[in-house]
Design a protein around this ligand. Structure first.
Ligand SMILES: [Zn+2]
Length: 307
């Protein structure tokens, strides 16, 4: 079990990867009455007032679907995602459309939606063979793109990113604001892992690059991970201890950065001066992990961050 409570890491379905190479899997499942289909439009999913909309195949047979994805099974029910061919076109479905940040769902639906959006995002931007440029064919229930010319297969990507709660010797937490964020919005630092780099090295490097603070690599402690599929990140959460406190911002990435005691952070949140990342983010979990308990937002407070 991860140390953090991470909403998107609570999938309650079975991916049933062994079924992906069944010939005609998607076509067969679309003929089964019990199959449940969720509809993906760009980076959003169909919702009803009750939550994520799950349809019988016949109820969505009229939609212009670009591809179907096999998501897995739960309690003997198979789940597919129908990805609309054109996210801009009027889909002909009387539903609301919501992105990941709006999700407040039981575990099954949350897990299905994160998986569906992650896979759909991969297909949206990976359409041709990276070796020879031929248009690929989608096979294996949406889990493989096959090049008909050279026979190579491409698999969905996940790009590791580190996100870290950096504290100083007095256990103050470093919270920073990105230049594009509104005033008062703060989060912990994050960045992509570079080729040839270990996770601990990435934590140390990103912290140095963004705020000029030295992290002791021996203190980098893994706390949990969660997917953030916009477009393809796997957020790997850490705690780390800094050996310096002087902040030297990388100005194009960090607009403000400060060390906060627990009391200072709580007071700033209560006064509405500080907005923390949204409840679904691993950033929020890392901040609450350091704080020691759940932090209540002001009404209308909190904000929705990818990290
Ligand atoms: Zn090729």
């Amino acid at each position: 079990m991860p140390a953090l409570d991470l909403p998107f890491a609570r999938a309650a379905h079975y991916r049933a990867a062994h079924r992906r190479d069944e010939p005609g899997l998607v076509g067969d499942l679309l003929k089964e009455r019990g199959t449940q289909v969720l509809v993906v439009r760009g980076n959003r999913v169909a919702m009803t007032g009750q939550g994520v909309a799950l349809f019988a195949p016949d109820d969505v047979a009229h939609l212009a679907v670009g591809l179907h994805l096999f998501l897995g099974e739960a309690d003997g029910v198979a789940y597919l995602a129908a990805v609309l061919a054109d996210a801009e076109a009027e889909p002909g479905l009387d539903v609301d459309w919501a992105g990941l940040r709006a999700l407040d769902e039981p575990d099954l639906e949350q897990g299905l939606v994160v998986e569906a959006i992650a896979l759909a995002q991969w297909h949206a931007v990976h359409t041709h063979c990276p070796r020879c440029g031929t248009r690929t064919e989608v096979v294996q229930g949406g889990w493989v793109q096959h090049c008909p010319k050279d026979g190579t297969n491409q698999f969905p990507r996940t790009d590791p990113a580190v996100i870290m709660a950096v504290t100083d010797a007095d256990d103050r937490l470093l919270l920073a604001r990105g230049p594009q964020w509104g005033p008062g919005r703060r989060s912990v630092l994050a960045g992509f892992v570079e080729p040839g780099e270990g996770l601990e090295q990435a934590v140390v490097r990103e912290t140095m690059e963004e705020v000029g603070v030295v992290v002791d690599p021996g203190t980098v402690e893994y706390r949990g991970s969660q997917s953030w599929p916009l477009p393809a990140s796997l957020m790997l959460g850490f705690r780390a201890r800094a050996t310096t406190t002087r902040l030297v911002r990388q100005e194009d990435e960090i607009a403000e950065a400060d060390w906060f005691t627990r009391a200072e952070m709580a007071a700033a949140v209560a006064d509405g001066e500080l907005g923390l990342p949204g409840r679904a983010s691993i950033a929020r979990s890392l901040i609450e992990d350091w704080y020691g308990s759940r932090i209540e937002d002001l009404p209308g407070g909190g904000w929705q961050a990818a990290r």
